[in-house]
Design a protein around this ligand. Structure first.
Ligand code: ATP
Length: 458
């Protein structure tokens, strides 16, 4: 429900996952900064994606291209001409909306599109009906000027997708990596879009990070490969613990496909924003040979592939799984957030908040807690924390009652708490408490690295 999003927003701020940007100046609308826990989780997500998509495979390599490319790239790719959204304004409250989003929300609610288009819709802000202006196309490209002059000759665009840096480097990667289709090039990095209606926390921002992979295949094999990557991408989310009941596929209808796409299917997540239940998490598109052909033509550089076995030359088709880092993080947080009950110090059940994150995504892997702040326990626990830090992100906390310290770790999704108590001084063992089951186990200090290592994969 919407209140779950509110809980995540407030927990994020309170615990240091995500802060409002430039808050000391009153904030920059719809921009967010990732705090100490947020940046850890975001790095974990990107690492998991990179392993799954790149380093665990022999047919995918990585790339890190510039954010600002030659302006000609965006002309050739079609973005300058067509990367725009239909903007409408309510004539009564003057709030602006994306016309396509308004129609999609209507369709989700009523099960069919509005017959008379915008005329049939109520303004989500003021409630008035039929008050929308005729939509105008609004470019989604963010531009800047390079160099000392600010004329049209110095205009440059901040990339709205990482993909074009992959297409423009296709020939060089082909040569230097000695890969041949079917193979892929992956990239993680910032993209920028001049969104008309940013919002819903980190779901839609003007500056965001993408994880994209362009997989080059022989024309005719594209449909099978698209299905393959759709399955892979679904499995990546579920493999990291996302619940299938909160996921679904959405097929783009033919008339709404992007200019380059033959077929696009999105993985949607049940974000449950007020107004719409489902939101796009990632798109898996068949971009055909559109981009490589466009760049071959515009640049005069041959971006075809010579297939030695078949003795023929062709332009590869491209299957693109494109995900957003922030959206994935928000979905994993929402999916992991639960409230259950745990006994307090007196054995009375109390409400607790738990983030049941897969340990590979958890920002803190282990909390080391001396039972109490004490001249014997604290140094022992600090020494253990230092040891464990060689492998994992560790938190040391000796402030306050042990039960409250457990709760603090549960709330940020720390999978294990290791408690150093007075028995530790005699038996050289510690108590390991597991987050979800709250089961406690005594583990000897010389076994603790191995014990945690086998449970903290990745
Ligand atoms: P939407 O329809 O929500 O605007 P899109 O279809 O334009 O998204 P794509 O071009 O397919 O998005 O981009 C791939 C992925 O990048 C999206 O699935 C999403 O995870 C992420 N993404 C796109 N735009 C944004 C944004 N403004 N803020 C955060 N993430 C974004």
């Amino acid at each position: 429900a919407a209140d779950k999003i509110d809980s995540i927003v407030s927990l994020s701020k309170r615990r240091g996952f995500v802060y409002p940007c430039s808050e000391i100046y009153g904030g920059q609308r719809a921009a967010w900064d990732y705090g100490p826990l947020g940046v850890e989780m975001k790095e974990n997500l990107k690492r998991q994606w990179w392993r799954y998509m790149v380093t665990s495979r022999e047919d995918v390599v990585g790339l890190d291209s510039s954010v600002i490319l030659a302006p000609e790239v965006w002309v050739a790719s079609g973005h300058v001409a067509t990367f725009s959204d239909p903007l409408t304004e309510c004539t009564s409250c003057h709030k602006r909306f994306r016309a396509d989003h308004l129609e999609e929300a209507y369709e989700e609610k009523h099960g069919k599109p509005p017959v008379n288009g915008l005329a049939e819709l109520n303004c989500p802000n003021c409630g008035n009906k039929g008050t929308f202006t005729e939509p105008k196309q609004f470019s989604g490209l963010l531009s800047t000027h390079l160099g000392p002059t600010q004329d049209s000759g110095s205009v440059a665009y901040l990339r709205p997708e990482t993909a074009q840096g992959i297409f423009t480097n296709f020939g060089q990667v082909l040569q230097t990596s000695r890969k041949k289709p079917p193979f892929g090039i992956a990239q993680v990095g910032k993209s920028f879009r001049n969104e008309i209606t940013p919002g819903n926390f980190i779901f839609r921002t003007r500056e965001f990070e993408q994880m994209e992979m362009e997989f080059f295949v022989k024309p005719g094999e594209d449909e099978e490969w698209q299905q393959y990557w759709m399955d892979q991408r679904w499995n990546w989310y579920t493999g990291l613990g996302m619940r299938e009941e909160n996921m679904r596929w959405y097929e783009h209808p033919a008339e709404k496909l992007s200019h380059y796409s033959k077929r696009t299917a999105d993985i949607e997540y049940r974000f449950r924003f007020g107004g719409s239940e489902w939101g796009e998490l990632e798109g898996v598109a068949n971009r055909t040979d559109y981009d490589l052909k466009a760049h071959s033509k515009a640049s005069g550089t041959d971006l075809t592939f010579f297939d030695q076995e078949a003795g023929e030359r062709w332009t590869p088709y491209v299957i693109e799984p494109a995900a957003g880092v922030g959206r994935a993080m928000l979905a994993f947080l929402l999916d992991a957030y639960i409230e259950d009950e745990a006994p307090n110090a007196k054995g009375v059940m109390e409400k607790r908040t738990v983030m049941r994150l897969d340990p590979r995504l958890s920002p803190v892997k282990v909390a080391v807690l001396p039972l109490s702040r004490n001249p014997q326990l604290s140094p022992k626990a600090k020494g253990l924390a230092t040891d464990l830090r060689k492998n994992w992100n560790i938190e040391f906390d000796d402030a306050g009652a042990i039960g409250r310290r457990y709760r603090r770790q549960d709330e940020i999704g720390t999978p294990f708490c290791v408690t150093v108590d007075f028995d530790t001084l005699d038996d050289n063992a510690v108590t390991v408490r597991e987050r979800d089951t709250m089961k406690q186990e005594r583990v000897s200090l010389d076994q603790i690295q191995a014990y945690l290592g086998s449970r903290l994969l990745g």
